[in-house]
Design a protein around this ligand. Structure first.
Ligand code: SAM
Length: 290
């Protein structure tokens, strides 16, 4: 029997008198087929260290521990720590860290892996209320995670992996795809969780690119420009840029020059621009000292 088997999950929760905390995004997985699929998608073996965010009662951690070299799992909820000691006690390759993933010193923590030189993958059923902050925090950290295989709301997974000229494409797609190749691996119905969330979920697989997709002068500036281009999705790029940078004649002249330099039509919408287009645009705007 697995922790994720419905009868085992129920028994564990009852034994410890555990009640779910909505504010921690607690929706626990109770489907062993889905868990196996997650491990298969992440391609985990004994030569991979895994960081898990939010082990809950250990449903996914159990599968990870059986396949990976080591698992380091960060759990914010103190009440789950004794439960995890109960459910995962038999594994000597699992470390549970009772910390908020957004506040922990990850660079220091990963030195605690017995073999810190192995590739590190992030595998998790993320708390949905902070999916994007967690992802951006991890992706932008200087830690060379090779892959992320993470469950999130389907709608967020669609936005992250979206292509230009689609409704879902926006600054989040750019912020992630700049560093990672992102693909939805499979969709997960809400019925496999306790309690069931209100939305469908998806497993998103993100593989780090050897180099960011484009070389730019200033990464933060690229992300600022791409955010500005999507503030009013139905407006043209020109309107969004003038809203962001200003409408004085001097600024408009600089904007015109920058767009010309980047070979981009002012009348198109932000969603038509690829990441390389945004890269050229950001560099040209910077050159115009905007
Ligand atoms: N992995 C378990 C599973 O699949 O059944 C639980 C997943 S549940 C969606 C999210 C988990 O993340 C919960 O255990 C919750 O307490 C934990 N969590 C929420 N916010 C966190 C944070 N900032 N840092 C670490 N863990 C967090």
């Amino acid at each position: 029997m697995r922790i994720a088997d419905k009868t085992v999950t129920r028994a564990v929760l009852e034994r410890h008198g555990f009640t779910f905390k909505k504010s921690f995004g607690q929706n626990f997985l109770t489907d062993t087929n889905i868990l196996q699929k997650i491990v298969d998608t992440a391609d985990i073996d004994r030569h991979v260290n895994v960081i898990e965010i939010g082990p809950g009662i250990g449903a996914l951690t159990e599968f990870l521990a059986e396949n990976a070299a080591e698992v380091m799992a960060f759990e914010i909820d103190d009440r789950l720590i004794p439960i995890l000691a109960d459910t995962l006690g038999r594994f000597d390759n699992v470390t549970v860290v009772n910390q908020d993933i957004l506040k922990t010193d990850l660079q220091m923590q990963i030195q605690n892996f017995k073999n810190p030189d192995l590739p590190i993958k992030v595998v998790a059923n993320l708390p949905y209320y902070i999916t994007t902050p967690i992802l951006m925090h991890l992706i932008e950290s200087k830690i060379p995670f090779s892959e992320f295989v993470v469950m999130m709301q389907r709608e967020v997974a669609d936005r992250i992996s979206a292509e230009p000229n689609t409704k879902a494409y926006g600054s989040l797609s750019i912020a992630v795809q700049y560093y990672m190749i992102a693909k939805v691996a499979f969709i997960v119905p809400s019925t496999v969780f306790v309690p069931a969330p209100n939305v469908d979920s998806a497993i998103l697989k993100m593989v780090r690119r050897e180099q960011p997709l484009v070389q730019v002068q200033d990464e933060d500036y690229l992300f600022r420009v791409s955010k500005a281009a999507f503030v009013h999705r139905r407006k043209t790029l020109w309107n969004n840029l003038t809203s962001h940078f200003g409408k004085s004649e001097e600024i408009k002249e600089k904007l015109e020059k920058a767009l010309e330099l980047a070979d981009i039509q002012p009348s198109i919408r932000g969603e038509a621009l690829s990441i390389p287009d945004f890269g050229r645009l950001a560099d040209s705007l910077k050159e115009m000292e905007l």
